[in-house]
Design a protein around this ligand. Structure first.
Ligand code: EPZ
Length: 443
């Protein structure tokens, strides 16, 4: 459990790690490369370790030195991803495109749903079929192989019913080694899609239009090794911006790419908190005296990101006035509402819409996290609440945030991990080294 003593002001600068949602798909993308691949700025996350286990199970050699991964997929031992690993990490489904492109066959268990929704993969499957793959789903596993006497997938024109990040990434990776040209229309435009495209281009892939709604890939016979550095995590950055706003603290974040956070920065401005660019890749959060209510509708990029919805809901519980949040991307991503209400928030849910009536104060309480971003929202609420908040369900948090409590402690927050509710945890002192020394000299 995480125990948080609320209402501590934050100050200083926090380092933002590499993007989780780039790292996971780029690790799968390394399967396209028959040589050594170096991937830098990889965050230390449970999900990243699990993806590493999936690659190792496929016969790929993978070593980690600090935040750098050395991957060699020159020999992929087998085309079946193990169920027990896939069931723990949905993103492992990303291996299906590269396996099909490299080996002509892939057997990947269906990732299944998670707390936030059913998470279907029909757009991935239909796109691969359009590229000449025979795809059958039997006993919970997707069996795909290239039809007829073709050795390689065939370029195709594919229209995505919705701008799915995962489907765009699966099909883009598969198309890099296909015969001919593939056009993906209504493609996702998220920065992590662009990061994957840049990684593939660094290996020699021919990709145009990543970051727009139409991506064109001209297949090449083979890719080559590269040394690539992942973009900073915009969702981690957004989470820390909210941490500054909700505690009315000025804090700096680096590295950050501001244009990856346009919608988030615009919403903070509407609420009354400012994000100032201090250097090319460093921003500063300047809170408002009082924060205003606002309405939020989650949309595909460049719209407001669904991955920041829970964090903003925590912030809006303390804004003056009523806010409305519509979650349009996932069908079950409002599960943090019940836990925030336990902390004194006043939120009602109707379908996928949450109505938040601002309250003057949240009060610390024992709460349970249900999914990754809900966990982050509860941490943020705990930082602002009067008294102590204890959060169970930290396995969700560890999947997506590298050392969150260490980074928050570095900013002056008072929180620590305890084994159980009853465990006494001395309130962590965040005394500065000077006072620590003077105390020591007195004793
Ligand atoms: C990626 O998930 C991210 N995960 C999610 O981040 C993020 O919330 C999501 O994109 C949206 O930005 C990774 O990159 C590992 P989608 P993904 O395919 O690819 C429907 C986090 O917290 N859909 O864009 O699964 C789907 O049901 C995670 O870091 C289909 O209908 O998202 C959803 O309603 C959570 N059929 C919508 O599209 C398909 O074949 C968007 O999903 C695929 C998706």
């Amino acid at each position: 459990m995480l125990r948080i003593w609320g209402r501590q002001p934050l100050k200083g600068q926090v380092k933002i790690s590499g993007a989780k949602n780039s790292a996971l798909v780029i690790m799968a993308g390394a399967l396209l490369c028959p040589d050594d691949c170096r991937i830098r700025n990889v965050p230390s996350l449970v999900d990243v370790s699990r993806m590493g286990e999936i690659l190792a199970a496929l016969g790929v050699t993978i070593q980690r030195q600090g935040d750098t991964l050395e991957v060699n997929a020159s020999h992929i031992g087998q085309s079946k991803a193990p169920y027990e690993l896939v069931s723990q990490l949905r993103a492992s489904f990303f291996v299906i495109g590269p396996l099909l492109a490299r080996l002509g066959v892939a057997r990947v268990p269906l990732p299944g749903g998670c707390a936030i929704g059913a998470r279907p993969v029909d757009l991935h499957v239909r796109g691969l079929q359009a590229m000449g793959a025979d795809v059958q789903i039997e006993h919970g596993t997707v069996h795909a192989y290239i039809k007829g006497n073709k050795q390689r997938l065939q370029g195709a024109k594919i229209y995505l019913d919705c701008p799915s990040v995962g489907a765009t990434e699966t099909l883009m990776m598969a198309a890099t080694l296909a015969e001919g040209e593939t056009i993906i229309e209504n493609a996702a435009q998220e920065p992590e899609v662009v990061d994957l495209a840049n990684f593939c281009r660094a290996m020699g892939a021919k990709i145009r239009g990543a970051g727009t709604n139409t991506i064109t890939i001209s297949g090449v016979p083979r890719l080559h090794s590269t040394d690539y550095s992942i973009i900073p995590d915009r969702i981690e950055a957004g989470t820390f911006l909210v941490a500054g706003a909700i505690t009315h603290s000025e804090i700096s974040l680096a590295p950050v790419i501001p244009e990856h956070l346009t919608a988030v920065i615009a919403k903070l401005h509407t609420i009354g908190a400012e994000v100032i660019t201090e250097a090319p890749n460093r921003v500063r959060l300047v809170p408002g005296q009082h924060h205003r209510a606002t309405d939020i509708k989650t949309m595909p990029f460049p719209g407001f990101p669904t991955d920041m919805q829970a964090q903003f809901m925590a912030l809006l519980t303390l804004s003056e006035g009523n806010s409305v949040i519509s979650e349009t991307v996932f069908e079950n991503r409002l599960r943090h509402v019940a836990e925030l209400n336990r902390m004194g928030a006043d939120i009602t849910v109707k379908g996928n819409i949450a109505i938040i009536r601002g309250v003057p104060m949240l009060s610390g309480a024992p709460v349970v996290a249900t999914d990754l971003r809900a966990s982050a929202a509860l941490v943020l609420a705990g930082l602002a609440a009067e008294g102590i908040t204890t959060i169970q369900g930290l396995q969700h948090l560890d999947r997506g945030y590298e050392n969150l409590e260490g980074k928050l402690q570095g900013l002056g927050a008072k929180l620590c991990r305890v084994e159980s509710e009853s465990e006494p945890a001395s309130q962590p002192t965040t005394e500065s080294p000077e006072t620590a020394n003077s105390t020591a000299s007195k004793s």
